[in-house]
Design a protein. Sequence first.
Length: 119
Amino acid sequence: MELNITAKKSPRIEDGKIFWYEGDTFSIEWTITLTDETTHEEINLSPLDTVLFKFSNAFKNIVYECECEVEEDGKVILEIPKAVSEKFTVGTYTYSIKYKGEDIITVAANGIVEVEACQ
């Protein structure tokens, strides 16, 4: 007899939502592309810049927020260690991302996170 139990990848993005299983720890590498509205040229992110991630629950209470430094290659790594993961019980959350360089620019607003049960 063979037992074949599987789970979907965690974290993962489906239909524009971020999903992960309750208690999982991970990091997500983000590539953020910004364009100057006047010149239409790409804005290069610098290691002098930061990116603010904010996660809120259904009651609009902040569950977690952090500032991440921009890496040399312009990427941003969001870490979700155990102490942070424990703040996210099963449920739906929203997130926003703000770029903090010369100006503060909202990159994403009202994104959805689904934390799933893993029993």
